[in-house]
Design a protein around this ligand. Structure first.
Ligand code: G4P
Length: 288
């Protein structure tokens, strides 16, 4: 599902999140572990107005574990708590309430010092479309609550979902953020991972972007998959990248009449295999 974001949408989405902030103690900011910057909202710090925040690097099962470790160190350096998670199987999800508790330690201790029974920690999940918000809500709740593919502007009654034995309560509707559209590379990274639909950008351009990146950083799994012989020497030379794309096309039988490689078809096949995990785990961004 892809949302077309216009300034009006953004203002509305921002207002909806800020209204919800009044109701909650902490925010879970969901990002894609394969592209921790491109899947973040550029105005997130401003939108969250200092609310305690746990960053969850979702889809960590698809990301390069070594790069994910670098990102965790990066977020720590920035003073943020971050946690890698695979919401689709639940790996890492159990740790979330503990991390939120850590985030709200002072508040909870104050309540205890006053002789109060700490009430359930109220939490809102925010993130860009497709990052896994509904999957995570359902996983935390242990049942199907959130319909995947929530849209901004669709209002329904909000409910608190009790999780972690009642220690934590989640708002059932997540806050939907928009990615940083001004930078074209952000769009390509999101498209490579399937976070935005292919029709928005040209499929050959998306595949070119991915082949260039993988040639540089993940040559071995890609060359093994397609039995490629020649790694490009100059990654900035488009001809060398197109040569790799043609080789991939030939290996997959994407040939037009006259014997030329059908690059559009080759691009689709390549992206499908990449997204299906056939080239192993990869990250599209690294912090250093
Ligand atoms: P959203 O609410 O933020 O828009 O995202 P949603 O939960 O709908 O998840 C978007 C897609 O990402 C879904 O796949 C979902 O299964 C997948 N997903 C969510 N979390 C993870 C994760 O940690 N790891 C992996 N590998 N995938 C994850 P889909 O193809 O749209 O649907 P389906 O194949 O699950 O039916």
């Amino acid at each position: 599902m892809t949302i077309q974001w216009f300034p009006g949408h953004m203002t509305k989405a921002r207002r909806q999140i800020q209204d919800k902030l009044k109701l909650i103690d902490a925010v879970i900011e969901l990002i894609d572990a394969r592209l921790p910057l491109s899947s973040r909202n550029p105005m997130i710090d401003d939108i969250l107005q200092g609310k305690p925040r746990l960053i969850i690097m979702n889809k960590a099962d698809l990301a390069d574990p070594e790069v994910t470790r670098e990102w965790l160190a990066y977020f720590k350096d920035q003073g943020h708590q971050a946690l890698p998670v695979d919401a689709s199987t639940g790996t890492g999800v159990k740790e979330i309430p503990n991390q939120i508790k850590l985030l709200l330690k002072e508040k909870i201790e104050k309540q205890l010092a006053k002789g109060m029974n700490p009430r359930a920690m109220r939490v809102l999940i925010v993130g860009i479309p497709n990052v896994g918000k509904s999957t995570l809500i359902n996983r935390l709740a242990g049942r199907n609550i959130a319909a995947t593919g929530d849209r901004p502007g669709v209002t329904k009654g909000q409910q608190w979902i009790k999780v972690a034995g009642g220690e934590m309560e989640l708002l059932d509707t997540p806050g939907i953020l928009w990615p940083k559209f001004e930078d074209q590379n952000v769009g390509y990274r999101l498209a490579v991972t399937g976070a935005i639909r292919e029709e928005i950008l040209n499929v050959e351009d998306i595949a070119f972007f991915a082949v260039k990146y993988l040639s540089k950083y993940y040559w071995q799994p890609m060359s093994e998959r397609f039995d490629l012989k020649h790694q490009p020497e100059d990654f900035e030379n488009p001809d060398e990248i197109v040569t790799v794309m043609e080789e991939i096309g030939r290996k997959r039988g994407c040939i037009m009449s006259g014997g030329r490689v059908d690059l559009e078809k080759a691009s689709k096949v390549f992206l499908r295999e990449l997204r299906a995990g056939k080239m192993g785990r990869y990250s599209m961004e690294s912090p250093y």
